[in-house]
Design a protein around this ligand. Structure first.
Ligand code: CMC
Length: 428
């Protein structure tokens, strides 16, 4: 007999089913609770709420485990390419060579964006943050592909939109950077692989031969894989909620990009570097900044520390830390910010405040140092996160639509004023 949970409310006992996942995660299914008892559950920030059943990513925050479709992140980061991982997340299994070739070729066919879109860039102010530009541009794609407005029209059409998005995001991301530097846009090179093509569009100039150190291509491939999915985080939940209204996929992903931008989520990678620069400019006194982070009267937090689900260590941070050392030593970069980062990590990890709250460096703590070393400007860091996270958003959206999940619509407990009558303005 399957397990149930009993809940007693107003003297009545209700039995609720217990759901067990393939990794033995357990949940109480409260979906009928309101119909049965009139009660809803309250969980601000969804800290204890499973919003869906998903077969894409498994993570165990206590043990520091992260799997995509059952494959450990460590193996994928070491052995796979980003597009191979994208295929795995979106379609469920690692591709055979013929499947990967077909996937890559289809993506290469769609790397160009409509020429009219170039004109949109001209209207942005020079200092426009590339995340704002990117989210608008991705949403604008829907206006060029009206057939995408019904996201469920056919599996074939759905796939076309998915491939277009994967193909065009790097072009739009690189162009938003080129636009901010007033440099000419570089058209995609389909003879390059996905990562090299992105770096080419970011850094090549029409007047020069382009070459890139393979160490940089490989480091970026690893970083994108590490960011590719992370189950029901803020931007992914946004994607699932927006997509659940049957909004088109471009607008849905654009909403995910906006959610990612926030400094408590993907925007933290930019904030980490800015924090390290601030500490360096202030004389590099790490203890002073750790004390500030602990001071409840001070709004300062150690950016790149802490995580909603990882309470032991972030396995992505472990891989990135090593990649960071590798890249810096292979490229011969000596970054004083890395020394501050290492000191900060040591002091914080030994500090009772951080120990008691299980606050460890997260994925963003070291990623910014690698991005900086490979020449990515600071305000493009979160764009890099979006580039990596795209396959995860798509996979989660596809799963939700294929499972025919209902529109996302949480309840609330109303705590405002009770019924009162309108008072004319002259009498208030
Ligand atoms: N520095 C100092 N104190 C912290 C920090 C920090 N970075 N993070 C959490 N705390 C404290 C917090 O003040 C609270 O203390 P107390 O229990 O005394 O009130 C306790 O730790 C629990 O924090 P919380 O805010 O309730 O935890 P949360 O799960 O709601 O927030 C978090 C998680 C990631 C938003 C938070 O740790 C944070 O703001 N970190 C800095 C921003 C950051 O690095 N974000 C990137 C997350 S990883 C990339 C991604 O996947 O998005």
């Amino acid at each position: 007999m399957s397990e149930t949970a009993k809940i007693e409310l107003d003297g009545k006992v209700y039995e609720l089913p217990v759901v067990v996942g393939t990794e033995n995660e357990k949940a109480i299914d409260i979906s009928k609770l309101r119909d049965l008892s009139g009660y809803v559950t309250l969980d601000t920030g969804y800290k204890n709420t499973g919003a869906t059943k998903s077969a894409i990513t498994f993570l165990d925050g206590e043990e520091g485990i992260l799997h995509y479709r059952g494959y450990p992140i460590e193996q994928l980061a070491e052995k796979a390419t980003f597009l191979e991982v994208a295929y795995l997340l979106i379609y469920g299994d690692l591709p055979k060579q013929s499947e990967l070739d077909a996937f890559e070729n289809s993506i290469k066919k769609h790397t160009l964006v409509h020429e009219d879109m170039k004109r949109f860039f001209e209207a942005y102010p020079a200092k426009a943050h590339p995340m704002g530009v990117l989210s608008s541009m991705i949403s604008s794609l829907s206006t060029f592909y009206p057939e995408s407005l019904d996201p469920n029209r056919s599996a074939e059409k759905k796939n076309l939109t998915v491939h277009r998005l994967i193909a065009k995001l790097p072009t739009l991301a690189a162009w938003s950077y080129k636009n901010s530097t007033s440099h000419p846009f570089m058209y995609p090179r389909n003879d390059y692989d996905y990562v090299k093509n992105f770096l080419y569009m970011m850094f090549a100039m029409p007047t020069e031969e382009y070459s890139v150190d393979p160490v940089i291509v490989s480091a970026l491939n690893t970083l994108l894989i590490l960011h590719a999915d992370h189950e029901q985080n803020c931007s992914t939940s946004t994607v699932r909620i927006v997509g659940s209204s049957n909004a088109n996929l471009y607008s849905t992903v654009s909403a995910g990009i906006s959610a990612l931008w926030g400094p408590l989520h993907g925007g933290a990678n930019q904030e980490v570097i800015e924090m390290l620069e601030q500490i360096a400019a202030d004389g590099g006194d790490v203890d002073k900044w750790v004390a500030k982070a602990k001071d409840k009267e001070d709004p300062f937090r150690l950016m790149g520390f802490g995580h909603r689900v990882y309470k032991n260590f972030d396995p992505r941070a472990t891989i990135i830390k090593k990649a960071c050392d590798d890249v810096l030593s292979k490229l011969g970069v000596n970054d004083p910010l890395l020394d501050i980062a290492k000191k900060l990590e040591k002091v914080a990890l030994e500090d009772e405040y951080f120990k008691a709250r299980n606050l460890y460096p997260n994925v963003d703590f070291y990623s910014g140092i690698i991005y900086k070393a490979i020449g990515i400007p600071t305000d493009m860091f979160t764009v890099m996160f979006a580039l990596g996270r795209l396959p995860g958003w798509i996979a989660q959206w596809k799963e939700m639509t294929e499972n025919k999940e209902p529109i996302g619509r949480p309840r609330q407990i109303y705590v405002g004023a009770t019924n009162r009558n309108y008072v004319p303005i002259s009498e208030r």
